[in-house]
Design a protein around this ligand. Structure first.
Ligand SMILES: Nc1ncnc2c1ncn2[C@@H]1O[C@H](COP(=O)(O)OP(=O)(O)OP(=O)(O)O)[C@@H](O)[C@H]1O
Ligand SMILES: [Mg+2]
Length: 213
């Protein structure tokens, strides 16, 4: 038996505007202050290919079909796993990731209706033995999330582009994934104050993180 994966992968999930980036950064800051070997990464766009893929996905001049979109996300993830996550985890780091596999299951599976079993097999191919130790799901209604991102965005938000019905399916999808993985996924009320959410995440993380050396 090998002990190659000594690090800890922690993921942040939730619909657009739920507060993933805010929480991932707040938790990163605290863990760094406490002396943990911790880094933050995100999807899509954490590798050279990922950067190109991110620009394609966000491009306004391109129409991308839902199948092509799925494979672009997976191409990004595959590079992210091989070039960023596997090396960092094998040296014992804690890696926080802003969106990961559950986002694909929620958006492309529950939202766009690609078959869930297919997504699972593709993820097995891409991930091998890499699995998040813990996932924080920031749960919020699409209506409230839209209010938040509207004040941030100058142009039409993704919620407005794809519609509230789509985001309701994605939210319900995330909750269903959490019901199927109760050990791994911790559901948090994303409408709580920012500090309260981080406090809960850090309290939960204390159960799985070793003391910093
Ligand atoms: N707990 C909170 N209460 C109120 N507002 C919040 C809270 N957390 C984050 N926000 C605000 O909501 C907006 C969205 O937050 P953030 O960018 O962290 O979400 P996100 O999930 O990363 O969104 P995206 O999926 O678009 O990247 C920001 O303006 C942020 O300041
Ligand atoms: Mg974000």
């Amino acid at each position: 038996m090998t002990h190659a994966m000594t690090g800890t992968l922690i993921t942040f999930e939730g619909i657009d505007g739920s507060g993933k980036t805010t929480q991932a950064r707040d938790v990163l800051d605290v863990l760094m202050q406490r002396g943990y070997p911790v880094t933050l990464s995100r999807e899509p766009g954490a590798t050279p290919l990922g950067g190109v893929v991110r620009n394609l996905l966000l491009s306004e001049d391109l129409t991308i079909g839902s199948m092509a979109e799925l494979f672009l996300f997976l191409a990004d993830r595959s590079e992210h796993v091989e070039q960023v996550l596997r090396p960092r985890l094998s040296t014992g780091q804690i890696v926080l990731v802003d969106r990961f596999t559950d986002a694909t299951t929620a958006y492309q599976g529950y939202g766009m209706k690609h078959p869930l079993e297919t997504l699972e097999s593709l993820h097995r191919m891409i991930l091998g033995k890499i699995v998040p130790a813990k996932t924080y799901l920031l749960d919020i209604s699409p209506e409230k999330a839209l209010e938040r991102v509207r004040s941030r965005a100058e142009k039409k938000t993704r919620i407005e582009e794809r519609g509230l019905a789509f985001f309701s399916r994605v939210r319900e999808g995330y909750l269903e994934i959490a019901r199927k993985n109760p050990q791994r996924i911790c559901i948090l009320d994303a409408t709580l104050p920012r500090e309260e959410i981080s406090r809960r995440i850090l309290k939960d993380l204390a159960n799985i993180l070793p003391h910093p050396s």
